[in-house]
Design a protein around this ligand. Structure first.
Ligand SMILES: *[C@@H]1O[C@H](CO)[C@@H](O)[C@H](O)[C@H]1NC(C)=O
Ligand SMILES: [Cu+2]
Length: 325
C-alpha cells in the first residue's frame, strides 16, 4: 500500500508541472469530410483573457459548462448545413492548427469525449455520441492525438427533423479529478467544451427527445467526474462510466451510429496490446511517465488489491536489478 501511495504521488507530481501547458480547443469541423473553415460555425472563444481559448471549465454549476467561458448564450456567426445522417468530425488543437506537430492535448490529459445535440438556443441536450472506453489505459484523448485531433464517428441522426441545432462537443481530462473541485478548486476534473451551430437538412420526422440542461446535467460528485485516474496504477483501467445521460439511439439510426464508435475503440485497444507485449519498457521507464507499456500486461490482476501489490513489487524489483547492472 505504501508503495502504491508513493507511486501515485509521483504520477500526480508529474502532472502539476504541466497544468498551464497545452490544453485544447476546437478549431474546425467537417461535414461529411468537408472542412467548414477555420472557426466557422463555432461559437467564438472568450477573448477577454487570451488563455481562455484553450482553458478548461471546472465548475459544473457554472453557465460556462454549457459552451465554454462566457459562451452560454452567444451564437456562432453562421450555421453550417448538415444533411441528416451526415457525419461531423470535430478537430481539436492545443496550440496552432498550422503546427504539424501540435500536441493536440497535453500528454497528462486522459479522459472521454462526448457530443450532445440541442435545438438551437434551447439548452436541452441529448447525447448523440461518446467514446468513454479506457481499456488498457487508452482513452479518447489518446486516440485523438493519433488522429491529429480529429474526433470522428459522430453522426447526425438520420431522420432528424430539419432545423437549427447546437452541437456541444466535450472532452473531460481526468489527470486532477481524483480531487473534487468543490473541495479543492485548484484541482478537479477539466472540461473542454465547444459549441457548433448546424442546420439540419434533408431530415425526417424524428424530433430530439427532451434533453438535459447545462448547468444541471453534471454534479461534481458524479462518478464519471470525481474519478481517480491513478487509483489502479499501473493499469489505468478502473471501470469508467461517462457522466450525463446515455447515448440516444433512435431505432432508425442505431445502425449508422453504432458502427464507427465500436470500430475505433477496438482498433486502438489492439494497438496497445501489441505494444505492451514486451515487459522491458515498463521497467526502464519511470513510474511517472509509464502509461502504455504496463497497462495491458497487468490488466486483470490489478483489480484485486492483493495482487496489485505483487504487480508493483515486481516492477520495483526489475528497476532495482537494472540500477545494479
Ligand atoms: C508546435 O508544437 C510543438 C508541440 O507542442 C511545440 O513544441 C512547438 O513549439 C510548436 N511550434 C510552433 C511553431 O508553435
Ligand atoms: Cu490542460
Amino acid at each position: 500500500m505504501k508503495l502504491i501511495a508513493a507511486l501515485s504521488t509521483a504520477v500526480l507530481a508529474s502532472t502539476f508541472s504541466s497544468i498551464v501547458e497545452a490544453h485544447t480547443y476546437v478549431t474546425n469541423f467537417y461535414v461529411n469530410g468537408v472542412d467548414q473553415g477555420n472557426d466557422v460555425c463555432i461559437r467564438p472563444y472568450f477573448v477577454g483573457q487570451d488563455h481562455w481559448k484553450n482553458f478548461p471549465i471546472k465548475d459544473v454549476r457554472s453557465d460556462d459548462i454549457r459552451c465554454g467561458k462566457n459562451n452560454a448564450n452567444t451564437a456562432a456567426a453562421k450555421s453550417c448545413s448538415v444533411p441528416a445522417g451526415g457525419s461531423l468530425t470535430i478537430e481539436w488543437h492545443a496550440g496552432s492548427r498550422a503546427n504539424a506537430t501540435d500536441e493536440i492535448i497535453h500528454e497528462s490529459h486522459h479522459g472521454p469525449c462526448m457530443v450532445y445535440l440541442s435545438p438551437a438556443g434551447k439548452n436541452s441536450w441529448v447525447k448523440i455520441w461518446e467514446d468513454a472506453a479506457n481499456t488498457g489505459g487508452v482513452w479518447c484523448t489518446d486516440r485523438l492525438k493519433k488522429k491529429r485531433g480529429k474526433m470522428d464517428g459522430v453522426v447526425v441522426p438520420r431522420g432528424l427533423a430539419n432545423g437549427k441545432y447546437d452541437v456541444r462537443a466535450e472532452i473531460i481530462a481526468h489527470h486532477e479529478s481524483d480531487a473534487n473541485y468543490l473541495e479543492n478548486s485548484a484541482r478537479g476534473a477539466q472540461f473542454y467544451i465547444a459549441c457548433l451551430s448546424i442546420t439540419v437538412t434533408n431530415g425526417g420526422s424524428t424530433s430530439l427527445p427532451a434533453g438535459v440542461a447545462f448547468p444541471g446535467a453534471y454534479k461534481a460528485t458524479d462518478k464519471g467526474i470525481h474519478y481517480n485516474l491513478y487509483s489502479n496504477w499501473p493499469t489505468f483501467d478502473a471501470p469508467y462510466t461517462a457522466p450525463g445521460p446515455k447515448v440516444w439511439k433512435p431505432s432508425a439510426v442505431a445502425a449508422t451510429t453504432a458502427k464507427p464508435a465500436a470500430t475505433t475503440t477496438k482498433k486502438a485497444v489492439t494497438t496497445t496490446r501489441k505494444a505492451a507485449t514486451t515487459r522491458k519498457p515498463a521497467a526502464t521507464k519511470k513510474p511517472t511517465t509509464t502509461r502504455k507499456p504496463t497497462a495491458t500486461t497487468t490488466r486483470k490482476p490489478a483489480t484485486t488489491p492483493a495482487k496489485k501489490v505483487i504487480v508493483v513489487k515486481k516492477i520495483i524489483k526489475v528497476v532495482v536489478v537494472k540500477k545494479a547492472a
